[in-house]
Design a protein around this ligand. Structure first.
Ligand code: ADP
Length: 407
């Protein structure tokens, strides 16, 4: 049973092909710089006969997402892994914003497309790109069932007191301004993996999950249901990120507008692209920052400290929210690889039952690994995330469920 997972951006298309029988990734690739003169396609795959991974790369102009989809299918055809789209049992689409409409993945039909389009004001950059991708896939693989999996769905379990802001209530009623949260597929996946690793029923486990990549977010999960998360109406709130500010006094925006005359686009650019780690030290790549800090660069060391301090504050807050914490999970490029971030964020949290084992924390590897000291009440785990595999799994679930999914 082959499932294709697609993640469409405004000028890119990333994809992975899975064989769900053995949960194996058969191929992964991307089409980038769609609409520009110097487009590029890349496919990495395990040939059906052969043990070494192979790669096909091409540079060509790719006019639009429809052409991108055709290039993707052509590459998969060349690899020998997928003769035609009809061999697919399903296509899963990552959709960033599901608003309050979607609490779970859904099979896509005209009503679902309409509902995703209605949510565009909440995600003006992402949802239109996701829709273009879905429509292109539906046009080129009309007989293959298509499923939308939403970044926000896992957080729809949040209680009102966690998702409402301290704003006039009518703004929620009229504009649906509230906390939605993102990275939901990852938080759901790694918390379930953690439960399986610890041999605990998912419904009985309380965990704090930290997804630390270019974007970063935290989630408090009680018995498999998310009860709070750090990202808000948009992915800007919460932890410090590569180029995003995270939590901020909203009056700073008013101050900047009044004092400097900055307009809305300028503020958007400032908060989303020029702030965070990059704003503080000029770099947004954690590897580079750790390297610079180790060589005595004060500004890089400061950026690292602020990043870790913000994580620590959320661990404290979510410990108070959950009452009992069984498990703390680190994931994402930084969470999985940066031992110094994990160590600094967990430092001096013994009174909360969180004790890291410094030696275990240094070990690297692709598998789930515990990094807590034997005296720790809370299990601390590094769990590699795999959002695409989780999307593929959810596609299989939706397609095998007799329930009719409508928004
Ligand atoms: P995205 O949010 O784009 O999916 P990733 O989850 O891939 O991002 O995370 C990217 C971040 O992970 C970058 O800041 C990168 O420097 C960091 N990272 C990757 N590998 C390492 C490593 N070995 N040590 C420290 N940081 C790392």
């Amino acid at each position: 049973m082959k499932i294709l997972v697609i993640n469409t951006g405004s000028s890119s298309l990333k994809f992975r092909l899975f064989d769900m029988q053995g949960l194996v990734r058969l191929a992964s690739g991307l089409v980038e710089r769609i609409g520009e003169a110097d487009g590029r396609t890349l496919l990495r795959f395990q040939p059906p006969s052969g043990d070494r991974e192979e790669q096909i790369e091409r540079r060509l102009r790719i006019a639009d997402h429809g052409r991108a989809m055709e290039e993707m299918l052509a590459l998969l055809g060349e690899s020998g892994l997928l003769a035609h789209a009809g061999e697919l049992a399903g296509i899963g689409h990552r959709v960033v914003h599901g608003g309050e409409t979607f609490h779970e993945p859904v099979r896509i039909d005209d009503r679902v497309l309409e509902a995703i389009a209605e949510l565009v004001p909440l995600a003006p950059l992402h949802n239109p790109a996701n829709l273009v991708g879905i429509r292109a896939a539906m046009a080129r693989a009309a007989d293959v069932p298509q499923v939308a999996v939403f970044d926000t769905a896992f957080h729809q379990a949040l209680p009102e007191h966690a998702y409402l802001y301290g704003l006039p209530f009518h703004l929620y009623e009229e504009h649906r301004i509230r906390r939605y949260g993102f990275h939901g597929t990852s938080h759901g996946f790694v918390s379930r993996q953690a439960a399986a690793f610890l041999g605990r029923p998912y419904g009985a486990l309380n965990s704090i999950t930290l997804h630390l990549g270019n974007g970063a977010s935290a989630a408090a999960i009680r018995g498999g249901r998310c009860v709070d998360t750090s990202m808000g109406l948009t992915p800007l709130e919460g932890l410090l990120m590569g180029t995003r500010s995270g939590d901020l006094d909203p009056a700073i925006l008013l101050y900047l507008a009044r004092e400097t005359g900055m307009d809305i686009d300028g503020l958007d650019d400032l908060l989303n692209r020029k702030s965070g780690l990059r704003g503080i030290c000029g770099d947004n790549d954690m590897r580079a920052i750790i390297g610079r800090a180790a060589e005595g660069d004060g500004r890089a060391a400061l950026a690292l400290r602020i990043f870790c301090y913000r994580i620590k504050k959320y661990i404290g807050a979510y410990t108070a929210v959950l009452g009992r914490v069984d498990c703390l999970v680190f994931t994402g490029g930084i969470g999985e690889n940066a031992a110094v971030v994990r160590e600094t964020a967990c430092r001096d949290l013994e009174h909360l039952g969180i004790v890291l084992d410094r030696e275990r924390n240094q070990r690297q590897g692709p598998a789930i690994r515990p990094i807590h000291h034997e005296s720790s009440d809370v299990s601390i785990l590094v769990v590699p995330t795999n959002e695409e595999l989780e999307i593929a799994r959810q596609v299989v679930q939706v397609l095998s469920s007799p329930k009719v999914h409508t928004p």
